[in-house]
Design a binder for this molecule. Structure first.
Ligand SMILES: Cc1cc2nc3c(=O)[nH]c(=O)nc-3n(C[C@H](O)[C@H](O)[C@H](O)COP(=O)(O)OP(=O)(O)OC[C@H]3O[C@@H](n4cnc5c(N)ncnc54)[C@H](O)[C@@H]3O)c2cc1C
Length: 290
């Protein structure tokens, strides 16, 4: 690994200032779980590393009905997995975290680092996109908010500028009668993810008709993708097994998987069909209970 200069930023302002001072030559270091791997592989060789893990202002999970859920960027996977607040209000997030890597990696890896690394097999993005999350990006020049669905550009590429810090993940309070579920398939536990789906269902009060459906597919395209047509199939109708099968078929058609050494594209499409059926049924049951 090439030598680099190390800075431990104490505030977001300091991290932003260092990023703009060394623009293009610096990288932020959070949990280091992915960054150090790509540096060891010599895929990137930054001259400066700016450690943000010690910025306590970026480490929080808060909820307020009006503001919704807020998660600071350096919050670890493990903190999300173990958060009583999330277990009560957003159970899909701790459930998703339980299938991220190993406990060791979850103890170090951060939610912000995971999203910024933009690995198409990343687990947090699909349920967060289903929940209509946004991310707050901060630089010395100001801040902007980006819908998470638009944050990812391509394999390992996001809209983040070289001098921006992802500071916060923002999730609006879901409407009443909403259920969310996440289903992932890996051949080996904690191994490479082959496919995953996240589903959010909102029911109209009283008659059980689907008011909204947000379906997200993962590991079957360069970025986490909404299966919009599949969601449209569910909207405005009473959801039953036949409708779920129809939506699952549509999602498998919308997916853009490729074949690699882990799985063929047909196998991934079949997994989308199966996982989507399961996730939709689970989200529906949750919406009925909510
Ligand atoms: C063995 C192993 C197995 C894994 N399995 C899974 C899995 O099953 N599912 C899954 O989702 N993930 C998995 N991961 C990824 C892991 O969970 C971490 O989320 C991931 O490594 C990134 O988090 P980090 O905090 O370590 O980020 P780092 O490695 O520190 O940073 C990653 C990238 O994001 C940038 N960055 C970090 N924080 C910010 C920020 N706040 N603003 C702007 N840029 C930032 C860095 O500059 C770098 O480019 C695995 C990792 C390992 C090592």
């Amino acid at each position: 690994m090439k030598d680099f200069e190390y800075f431990a930023a104490r505030t977001v302002e300091e991290a932003c200032s260092l990023l703009s001072q060394y623009k293009g030559e610096a990288k932020l270091l959070a949990g280091g779980q992915s960054l150090l791997t790509v540096m060891r592989m010599k895929l990137i060789s930054p001259s400066y590393l700016i450690d943000i893990k010690g910025i306590s202002d970026l480490d929080y999970i808060t909820f307020d009905k009006k503001e919704g859920l807020r998660i600071g960027a350096v919050t670890t996977h493990r903190a999300i997995e173990r958060s009583p607040l999330l277990k009560g209000r957003f159970p899909v997030l701790p459930e998703m975290e339980r299938v991220v890597a190993s406990v060791q990696t979850r103890n170090l890896g951060t939610i912000g680092g995971n999203l910024c690394h933009a690995d198409p097999i990343g687990d947090p993005a699909p349920p967060l996109i289903a929940l209509n999350a946004k991310v707050k990006l901060v630089s010395s020049g100001g801040e902007r908010t980006v819908v998470l669905e638009d944050f990812f550009v391509d394999f390992f590429e996001t809209v983040l500028e070289d001098d921006e810090v992802l500071a916060e993940i923002q999730v609006p309070t879901p409407p009443p009668h909403t259920g969310v579920a996440y289903r992932k398939f890996s051949i080996v536990e904690a191994g490479i993810k082959i496919a995953a789906t996240a589903v959010l269902i909102t029911l109209k009060p009283g008659n059980g008709v689907c008011k909204d459906a947000r379906i997200v597919l993962s590991a079957v395209a360069p970025v986490p993708m909404r299966a919009v047509k599949a969601g449209e199939i569910l909207k405005g109708k009473g959801i039953d097994d036949d409708l779920i099968a129809e939506a699952a078929q549509m999602a498998a058609t919308e997916a853009q998987p490729t074949s690699d050494m882990h799985a063929s594209d047909e196998y991934r499409r079949e997994l989308v069909r199966v996982l989507l059926r399961r996730a939709t049924k689970e989200a529906l049951e949750r919406a009925k209970m909510a």
